[in-house]
Design a protein around this ligand. Structure first.
Ligand code: PAF
Length: 281
């Protein structure tokens, strides 16, 4: 695996490779890699000639400074895991490389997506995600970009970014990897105690309860029940339990039995904010 720290050097290298007809697959990450990330690398390996991954904890997407400061870092292990997965190139820039002193933050028109769910509860978060992914896509110019379905809304935001600025890249979304108890794999799980990891299965159980009990008609009571189930299981705060339109994320309060749906959740356990989702139809 070749390590690059400078964007212009990586760009030059990849332009030469694309010129030789190689198809580039890109897996951006913030490190603290787990099986979910490695499944993205495997998916990229299957579909591309050259797999590029990045590790960069992006300061502009953290609306909470404490979350940024406490974001888990396991660089040595990450490098070993990427090498084992036969990742070809690792891009590990520092903050100044991505945001040089002359960097002018762009503003992205994300429309309704930025006003609901993660957009509502984490103001500015998706602008920060777009800033870093836009910079990365400019450097890597991949044919394929691989993201995990755990970040359902982020996938929609990045699809929009691609439409706006990178039409030659195609997004592939890889299913969520879960622990045995159903907990979605996430770098933030590293911050959970063993007991909290067990309690945190309630988020998956809640989403599965929605899937099992979904019926045409009013949905609000089901969401409230699941929200209370999470509080009973030991979550201290629930940002949302939502049943939303699967392709617009508009909340669906009254279901006609046909509209495609996704159930999404965000909740805090011992100060750690977890998100998850399950497509319902
Ligand atoms: O999902 C993540 O890990 C991050 O949001 C991403 C896409 C790497 C951008 O920093």
């Amino acid at each position: 695996m070749i390590l690059f720290r400078k964007g212009d050097e990586l760009k030059k290298y990849l332009i030469a490779k694309t010129g030789q007809g190689l198809n580039i697959g890109f897996v951006p990450t913030m490190g603290a890699l787990h099986e979910g990330h490695l499944s993205l690398i495997r998916a990229a390996k299957e579909r591309s000639d050259l797999v590029v991954s990045s590790i960069f904890v992006n300061p502009t997407q953290f609306n909470d400074q404490q979350d940024y400061l406490h974001y888990p870092k396991t660089i040595d292990q990450d490098i070993l895991a990427l090498e084992k997965s036969a990742c070809d190139i690792l891009f590990m820039p520092d903050v100044k490389e991505i945001y040089p002193d002359n960097y002018l933050p762009l503003s992205y028109d994300l429309g309704f997506l930025e006003t609901v769910l993660e957009g509502k509860f984490r103001p500015g978060h998706f602008q920060g995600v777009c800033q870093v992914v836009d910079r990365m896509l400019e450097i890597v110019t991949p044919g394929l970009l691989f993201l995990g379905q755990k970040d359902y809304q982020q996938c929609m935001v990045i699809e929009r970014l691609i439409q706006l600025k990178h039409p030659s890249t195609r997004l592939l979304i890889v299913p969520t990897m879960r622990e045995k108890n159903g907990l979605a794999m996430s770098s933030r799980n590293l911050r959970l105690s063993t007991t909290d990891r067990v309690k945190a299965e309630a988020i998956y159980k809640g989403l599965m309860k929605i899937k099992a009990q979904l019926q045409q008609g009013t949905l609000q009571q089901l969401c409230e029940e699941v929200s209370n189930d999470l509080l009973d299981a030991g979550f201290e705060k629930v940002d949302y339990i939502s049943i939303s339109h699967a392709t617009t994320l508009a909340p669906v309060n009254e279901w006609d039995g046909k509209t495609p749906l996704v159930a999404l959740a965000a909740a805090f356990i011992s100060g750690v904010r977890l998100i998850d989702n399950i497509p319902l139809t």
